[in-house]
Design a binder for this molecule. Sequence first.
Ligand SMILES: NC(=O)c1ccc[n+]([C@@H]2O[C@H](COP(=O)([O-])OP(=O)(O)OC[C@H]3O[C@@H](n4cnc5c(N)ncnc54)[C@H](OP(=O)(O)O)[C@@H]3O)[C@@H](O)[C@H]2O)c1
Length: 316
Amino acid sequence: MWTQFQLAASIVGVVTLSFWALKLVRTAYATFLRPSHDLYKRYKGEGEPWALVTGGSDGIGKAYAMELAKRGFNILNVSRTPAKLEAVKAEILATYPSIQVESVTLDMALASFDEIYDVVTQAMAGRDVAVVINNAGLAPHPQRLAAYEAVETLQARNAIAVNVVAFTAVLSAALPILSARKSRGGVVNVSSSSAYQGFAYNAVYASTKAYNHVMSQTLAAEERGKLDVISHTPLFVASNMTRLKANMFVATAEQTVVACLDSLGHDDITSGVLSHKVQNAIIAALPRNIFQQQTIKAMKATRRKVEKKLAAAKKE
Ligand SMILES: NC(=O)c1ccc[n+]([C@@H]2O[C@H](COP(=O)([O-])OP(=O)(O)OC[C@H]3O[C@@H](n4cnc5c(N)ncnc54)[C@H](OP(=O)(O)O)[C@@H]3O)[C@@H](O)[C@H]2O)c1
């Protein structure tokens, strides 16, 4: 005879297993079977559609610029370094000769909110911008906030300026224009997995990414039916920011971007590639203190490498 306790425990077990099984089936369907939207058809208005990409001169942003050009969008690329912007423009024009590319040089760490707002508004004028990729971002060197020195303090200031202030200025300028179009539009806010649970030795970075994530989900609700808004929350991606090489845990910029664009119009949040979805699910299931302890161990090692580099740079 089952006791009431055994019965209750079995019900909880069945419900929990069913929940995880459903989640798994949904993830597998979204990853392998669900057809992605033809974004060009979905967002095309009266003119040829443009995509505004911030930080499209390198890494994940460059991959967005290349992939959206491939999907038929003209590219309005806003970034910091003119030579890198020119190189991306040349690469797009050589690969997709029918695509137009316009580059706008802007240091978003130095410009004010109002300046960024004006630059974005002017750059969008006369172009049918249908997609915004709000990607530009940076991370201070890993360090405990309590041990910040001048270099990290300046980096943290710049990270907040770009990841939060510029991120919001771009949305404030672009969303009224996008929302007023007759056709649907798309917005990708590049956040990070660190938005979910924080990231030891990266307190400022993770907090800015949580801001990106919460903003994105709020806008997805506010603009539903008019705009597809998605929060892109990858784990590690091979780029200048991480200096990591791609492997089964670290995605290439191209892989995470294709996965996110394939989710646009279907989901409000995506970690991108399957490996990142699985890693994010495992992290969420782990006891928080175990995750934080492991992160601190890894980040201490990374910090030692940064210190060696800083010391070598001082000697030069
Ligand atoms: N890499 C990862 O593992 C990872 C994981 C999760 C989320 N993310 C997010 O993905 C986004 C892109 O990161 P990434 O890895 O591609 O980095 P990245 O390779 O360093 O590229 C950063 C891009 O942002 C631009 N940028 C940086 N500071 C700027 C400024 N002050 N003004 C204007 N543009 C500026 C850069 O322009 P310049 O080329 O001119 O410097 C570059 O185009 C960030 O928001 C980051 O938080 C990255």
